[in-house]
Design a binder for this molecule. Structure first.
Ligand SMILES: Cc1cc2nc3c(=O)[nH]c(=O)nc-3n(C[C@H](O)[C@H](O)[C@H](O)COP(=O)(O)OP(=O)(O)OC[C@H]3O[C@@H](n4cnc5c(N)ncnc54)[C@H](O)[C@@H]3O)c2cc1C
Length: 469
């Protein structure tokens, strides 16, 4: 299961007394050794084995992060950044113990520049909090992982979501960062300019680095104007191939859909039950169109023509904001809906991404293998990007099931790689996909190791994640 060889027992006594005294004096009650708090910070939302840190530091400023990292660096104690803990690949497990830095109290929106369409925030601000703050400005931030994750965590995992087909991922939407490095020094990367040709692009080195190169304390993000017109619709198809071919043609035709999400029949049934909806239980696409009234109508007509060609049903519309929110919340709850199909089971969520022309082949082959294995594994996808997800709904105490899930997962990843794709489009590596990084990047992994050593020579920043050193 890609689990580390040994997860050391976590005991507070492993931290040097000097470190305990310094961090206690710095943070008071915001530095804690409480077992329940440590346990909560050693696990994410995945089935991966948890590993509690030795202590948790709740920070409120870049200076406090700096002081915590500096003290840990002096003692070569690992430091694990923690946003909201919604990662899916064991990202926050303290595999080698250490101090977890919880950034949830760094949750201030520092500056909204409406005229420039950008915002500066502290890393603990969550995506929903940011959009609530922006509500009256006519602006919004589009990246929307299913969970209400922190924007620091989203930058750290290079997250995306249902809007990425139109607005891009965190890679395209982070303009600049403030980062505390492994020796406690602070740097600013990027800036507020829309483009820059000045030097190495350090912003994109830290975006997706999963806390292994530094702790992000502030983020500058692009914003967008709320479109004049927004329409959402649901369309069912006779087969999953029909649905996926609709997506491929829509993208290849250059129709600027804002969202185009695939839900297979197993996942749709789960969504209906969990969110008390009554969609037809068939492979289905959820669409959203943004633009002017005329632009949206044009997009709708073009997409309708493609869906009709592929046997799609009439569109079921969600015109009012309230109905659209209901629709997308149901989509965002897909993971919990899948888990609810089998009470007591755990979710093994995994994602791959392939070039759009290979999407139908990749999904059809993957679905065939799931059917043959009799595994319960609903499928959803941000398919406009060529990205899809499976949730194996499993009993982790059943070795046969775990073995089947592992085999299917490995085969899906290698299938995606053979098609020119990636082992993860958005969830990231953590320690769950660490072996696949080597398979995907080959000798380039050595170059990544050199970057890691340059930024973190003592390997204290979230050790055991992304790369085997
Ligand atoms: C129901 C559900 C749906 C999801 N849907 C999506 C989806 O559609 N798209 C998607 O991309 N992901 C999705 N995810 C995964 C998850 O929400 C994202 O990976 C998210 O970006 C994690 O943010 P977080 O604040 O929870 O980070 P955490 O889980 O707390 O941390 C994740 C990683 O980032 C590092 N990190 C966190 N904060 C910082 C920081 N300030 N500085 C440096 N490193 C940091 C951590 O050390 C860790 O390695 C989903 C998860 C769930 C449970």
């Amino acid at each position: 299961m890609n689990a580390p060889d040994a997860i050391p027992p976590s005991t507070a006594s492993r931290l040097p007394a000097d470190l305990l005294a310094r961090l206690g004096a710095l943070l008071g009650e915001r530095f804690t050794l409480a077992a329940a708090v440590r346990a909560q910070h050693g696990k994410d939302e995945s089935y991966h084995a948890a590993a509690a840190p030795d202590a948790v530091a709740f920070v409120r400023s870049t200076e406090e992060v700096q002081a915590v990292v500096k003290a840990c660096a002096e003692h070569r104690v690992p430091v694990i950044a923690f946003g909201t803990g919604t990662g899916l690949e064991g990202h926050v497990a303290a595999l080698h113990g250490g101090v977890t830095i919880d950034l949830s109290q760094m949750n201030r929106v520092l500056a909204v520049h409406e005229g420039d369409l950008d915002v500066q925030i502290e890393a603990g601000v969550t995506r929903k909090q940011l959009n609530a703050h922006l509500r009256d400005s006519g602006l919004f931030f589009p990246i929307d992982p299913g969970a209400d994750a922190s924007l620091g965590g989203m930058a750290a995992t290079r997250a995306s979501g249902t809007n990425a087909v139109r607005y891009g991922t965190m890679r395209e939407n982070v303009l600049g960062l403030t980062v505390v490095l492994s020796d406690g020094s602070v740097i600013k990367t990027g800036g507020r300019a829309r483009k820059s040709a000045a030097g190495y692009d350090l912003t994109r080195v830290f975006v997706g680095s999963e806390g292994t190169l530094g702790v992000i304390t502030e983020v500058t993000l692009r914003l967008y104007g709320i479109p004049q017109a927004i329409s959402a619709a649901v369309c069912a198809f006779p087969t999953i191939e029909d649905a996926v071919n609709t997506v491929i043609e829509t993208i290849q035709s250059g129709i600027p859909v804002a969202r185009i999400e695939l839900v297979d029949e197993v996942q749709l049934d789960a969504i209906n039950r969990y969110s008390k909806l009554d969609y037809v239980v068939q492979p289905t696409l959820f669409f959203e169109f943004h633009g002017t009234e005329a632009g949206v109508m044009e997009q709708v007509e073009m997409v309708k023509a493609i869906t009709t060609e592929h046997g799609g049903s009439a569109f079921r519309w969600a015109m009012q904001a309230e109905d659209r929110n209901k629709l997308w919340q149901a989509r965002h709850n897909a993971y919990y809906a899948a888990l609810a199909l089998r009470p007591g089971a755990k979710g093994w969520a995994t994602d791959v991404c392939v070039p759009i022309s290979r999407l139908a082949d990749c999904i059809s082959e993957t679905k065939r293998e799931i059917r043959e294995s009799k595994m319960l594994a609903p499928l959803v996808g941000h398919v406009g990007d060529g990205n899809f997800h499976l949730t194996y709904v499993i009993d982790p105490n059943n070795p046969a099931e775990m073995e089947t899930a592992q085999r299917l997962n490995e085969r899906m990843v290698h299938r995606a790689l053979a098609m020119g794709g990636t082992c993860t489009g958005e969830h990231g590596v953590g320690y769950g996909k660490i072996d696949f990084v080597e398979a995907e990047h080959g000798p380039a992994v050595d170059a990544m190791r050199r970057i890691k050593r340059a930024f973190d020579p003592d390997n204290i920043m979230n050790p055991g994640k992304i790369l085997r050193m």
